[in-house]
Design a protein around this ligand. Structure first.
Ligand code: PMV
Length: 326
């Protein structure tokens, strides 16, 4: 009997944007994220001699070759390490509110790394799991841990992995403003690759990162929500600025993303500690005090619908799930 493994998604406060090695997924810069309770993936892997090819079922639906690509990378690495030749059946359930447009590769690939290594009888450390998840999707390397995690870029497969930073057991939360559930036009993979190759602003992004990262770690240590928010917001804006300089240029922002940013600024003027960040899509994620999540959500109901606003709190590390939790 194989086990189900659960991984929660994470949102970066210092973004990963750009690869030094596209095959091994070695990033250009360190990144730092918060793992969240609200969105997660449950995955079970079964190696079976009777199978002639790997199979991936996502929410009970058999997926095509394209969806299987990243999954196969992780399965092949596990097979190689464990000396297994059989193909695998991968069953995965994404617990992301319907149509949230947030289906993240981070929780999916982290859960797969955990479930595949467990099914293969490998006993991997967190660092080894993080390296394995990284090969599926960079941001997945951070979803091995609960709370805040830092993906240290390293310079090789062995040295590029995430480590825990802080358990986030303090007054911090996130509020998602879902402005679109459509699949993004430019994937994060293509977006960061194009930016690294063609944007004259990319070097400026890289040059400013050490300062952001150090200041962010200090702010987390002090549990200073305003400092965390200010740095995260500036860091996200800088990342998104690089895309406008790319050839051809692109942006992940939509008119509704700008509307969400305006709402955040208005709330700040009312005295709330609230800041935003954005990833490779138009949805906006707010960083605020956990104790003010509901109050802020109520204010935002004048600009957005209830189903567009999802509150999240710090989430746990990768773990095996049994009966009642499933
Ligand atoms: O790991 P990927 O390919 O999903 O890239 C994630 C990139 C960003 O979400 C934009 C930033 C980040 O650090 O998560």
């Amino acid at each position: 009997m194989s086990n189900w493994v659960r991984a929660h998604t994470n949102i970066a406060l210092i973004k990963y944007w750009g690869k030094k090695d596209e095959d091994l997924i070695i990033p250009m810069n360190n990144s730092l994220s918060l793992t969240l309770d609200a969105f997660y993936t449950d995955t079970r892997v079964t190696f079976d001699d009777a199978l002639t090819a790997d199979e991936l079922y996502l929410d009970d639906m058999l997926q095509d070759f394209t969806a299987l690509k990243k999954v196969k990378t992780v399965l092949d690495l596990v097979r190689e390490k464990a000396g297994i030749r059989s193909k695998a059946k991968v069953e995965s359930y994404n617990h992301v509110p319907t149509a949230a447009g947030l289906a993240s590769s981070a929780s999916g690939l982290a859960a797969l790394a955990g479930a595949a290594s467990l099914a293969a009888g490998l006993e991997l450390s967190s660092v080894e799991l993080s390296r394995l998840a990284r090969r599926g999707s960079g941001s997945a390397s951070r979803s091995i841990y609960g709370g805040f995690a830092e993906w240290q870029k390293g310079s090789s497969d062995e040295t590029s992995f995430a480590v825990p930073v802080d358990d986030a057991d303090w007054d911090i939360g996130m509020l998602f403003i879902v402005v679109s559930d459509k699949k993004k036009d430019v994937s994060s993979r293509e977006g960061m690759s194009r930016t690294v190759r063609t944007s004259p602003f990319y070097q400026g992004w890289l040059d400013s990162l050490d300062e952001d990262l150090n200041a962010m770690k200090q702010a987390i240590k002090k549990q200073d929500i305003d400092k965390v928010g200010v740095i995260a917001e500036q860091n996200a804006l800088k990342m998104h600025a690089t895309t406008l300089g790319a050839k051809p240029p692109f942006t992940y922002w939509s008119p509704d993303s700008l509307k969400a940013m305006d709402s955040v600024r208005a709330l700040r003027e009312q005295g709330y500690s609230v800041y935003f960040t954005m990833d490779a899509g138009p949805n906006v994620k707010l960083i605020c005090r956990q104790s003010q999540l509901e109050e802020i959500r109520t204010h935002l109901l004048s600009d957005f619908t209830g189903s567009q606003l999802i509150a999240a709190r710090p989430g746990p590390a990768l773990h095996v799930v049994t009966g009642p939790e499933l």
